[in-house]
Design a protein around this ligand. Structure first.
Ligand SMILES: [Zn+2]
Ligand SMILES: [Zn+2]
Length: 247
């Protein structure tokens, strides 16, 4: 390639960068988009049904058939939290983005995810006193370097002005992988692995539990249960994505 051609390509890239800076790319597929502040994902991604919209369970926010208010699972197994809100469905590109946040240090996703979670909380008029990130075990934190739920909680704190009650719930026992377990197996696997460090602090206060993904609700429910036992006034839950239960 001659020098002139190389220069022209450089100029073209420079101009494209001016029109489409890197921070206005779709958070899932990196397509250039124009209205990042209102919608940080492209039309193609939106059309692949990644948004957790439509008719949803009033408790666990899972998508359900029109005309129903509660999913079968919440109807048969009441939860210890008031309500959960999740902006996305855990599938395809959402799943890759969350895995990147979890394992590959893709922290740049945190402010956008937190903003969308806060929008959902606001839509539902959810109010709370303290934010609690789902804790991870020290060993997991050492391996990963950070707790993705804590990053999300800190960002939600910035947006809402509500404090993070860090270390109020701690995870002191490593649990087996939960992937193949159902709700009651998960709950059993988790019970006794989380602990509340200050029971008196909880009484009469309301909390927002923050996680990256909700699948069976076992993890968030275990923490909600601890808070309710200590007489918390209310417990709400938010996660980036709702993973629909396998039938
Ligand atoms: Zn996209
Ligand atoms: Zn439900």
């Amino acid at each position: 390639m001659n020098k002139f051609k190389k220069l022209m390509i450089k100029i073209k890239d420079f101009i494209l960068d001016l029109i489409f800076p890197n921070d206005i790319k779709c958070i899932f597929c990196e397509t250039d988009i124009l209205d990042f502040d209102n919608k940080p994902y492209c039309e193609k991604c939106e059309k692949s049904h990644i948004l957790n919209d439509g008719n949803r369970c009033i408790f666990c926010d899972v998508q359900i058939l029109e005309g129903n208010t509660v999913c079968d699972f919440c109807a048969s197994t009441p939860k210890d939290f008031e309500k959960a809100v999740c902006p996305f469905v855990y599938k395809s590109q959402v799943r890759s983005a969350i895995l990147n946040l979890k394992e590959n240090n893709a922290r740049w996703l945190v402010p956008t995810f937190a903003k969308l979670m806060c929008e959902r909380l606001k839509e539902e008029n959810i109010d709370f006193d303290y934010i609690i990130p789902i804790p991870i075990h020290e060993k997991t934190k050492k391996r990963r370097g950070y707790n993705q739920s804590k990053l999300l909680a800190d960002e939600i704190a910035k947006i809402t002005g509500k404090p993070v009650a860090d270390n109020l719930i701690i995870k002191f026992k490593l649990t087996k992988s939960q992937k193949e377990l159902n709700f009651s197996e998960r709950q059993k696997n988790l019970e006794g692995s989380f602990s509340l460090t200050d029971k008196n602090f909880v009484k009469g206060k309301s909390f927002l539990i923050v996680d990256d993904v909700i699948t069976t609700c076992a993890t968030v429910n275990t923490c909600a249960k601890l808070l309710k036992k200590a007489k918390a006034k209310s417990v709400f839950v938010t996660a980036v994505a709702r993973n629909p239960l396998k039938k």
